[in-house]
Design a protein around this ligand. Structure first.
Ligand SMILES: [Fe+2]
Length: 237
């Protein structure tokens, strides 16, 4: 894996997609939860920066401060999610979210915390073992397929069958990852994830356009698409 540039990140559509702005508005209206849409508006204005060597001490200090706040928030958020999971698994709390979804977002938050900790300690992310990256994200993609199939209306038979196929294919890739002994499966993971990206794009389009019957919030549909875009960038850059 090469070191990604900020332009690679902007090109990947992992920060914002063509659906994000609408999905945020719709999700806010459906749930009554206020969403700070300014973040997406600012992300749309992001431009790739100049080379890292030009970063002055003031920016360095501000990023360090930001990372410290991010770590505090992450620690609190991870504890909060773990508490919810424990309560749900002990039948002390009910939620419309699958327990696996809560485990899934705990793993993602821990991965992010790991990145921030390494950045703070070493100043850059070391080249992660691609096999570990593929194991992590193939599991995430498999679980997305399972969540999608479980949140679609039972009448959406064709979409449910397609989601089941993706889940089965990622399960095979995940098994192969765990027994790969250091080898990577990048080509197979990429081929599958490009197809899954297209499926998720059609899903986000159908859900924001009110053409798919489901209990999937528009912002969740957009979110899983952005994660596929992120994984594709990791596999290609
Ligand atoms: Fe996810």
């Amino acid at each position: 894996m090469n070191t990604p540039t900020s332009q690679d990140v902007l090109n990947s559509n992992e920060l914002v997609t063509e659906f994000t702005t609408l999905a945020e508005k719709q999700t806010e209206a459906f749930t009554g939860i206020s969403i700070n849409k300014d973040i997406t508006a600012k992300e749309l204005k992001l431009r790739a920066g100049c080379c890292v060597n030009n970063i002055g001490s003031e920016i360095h200090r501000r990023v360090k401060h930001l990372n410290r706040i991010a770590l505090e928030l992450l620690n609190g958020l991870i504890c909060f999610k773990e508490l919810i999971l424990e309560n749900v698994l002990n039948c002390k709390m009910f939620t419309g979210n699958y327990p696996l979804l809560i485990e899934h977002i705990i793993r993602e938050a821990k991965l992010y915390r790991g990145y921030v900790e390494v950045l703070e300690r070493d100043g850059c992310l070391s080249e992660a073992c691609m096999r570990d990256t593929e194991c992590f994200w193939n599991q995430i993609m498999m679980e997305h397929a399972l969540f999608i199939r479980g949140l679609l209306d039972p009448t959406e038979v064709e979409l449910i069958n397609t989601a089941d196929e993706f889940a089965a294919n990622y399960e095979k890739l995940l098994e192969a990852c765990h027994t790969a002994h250091g080898r990577t499966l990048t080509d197979s993971s990429l081929t599958e994830t490009l197809k899954f990206r297209d499926f998720k794009t059609a899903g986000a389009q159908g859900i924001t356009g009110c053409e798919i019957r489901s209990v999937i919030l528009p912002l969740l549909a957009d979110h899983v698409l952005r994660e596929a875009n992120h994984y594709i960038r990791l596999l290609t850059v």
